[in-house]
Design a protein around this ligand. Sequence first.
Ligand code: FES
Length: 79
Amino acid sequence: MIELTVDGEPLRAPAGQSIAAALLACGRAALRPSPSGEPRGLYCGIGICQECRVQADGRIVRACVTPVAAGMTVTTGVP
Ligand code: FES
């Protein structure tokens, strides 16, 4: 298990798990807002649609194909 920070809160997740899986495991399905403000989250799960964009250590990444890392800082809600 490793620890990262998500929106300012600590989160423990298995090393190698995707950011999206770690967030789903703790009940967080909404990752960002649509242009009209509706919650968006996982859709394809394979890195194609980009619906799962989050910011990780200052970079916009696809949460479904980006593994968690110790000390990583993740911010959701990025348009
Ligand atoms: S859910 Fe489609 S790219 Fe992540």
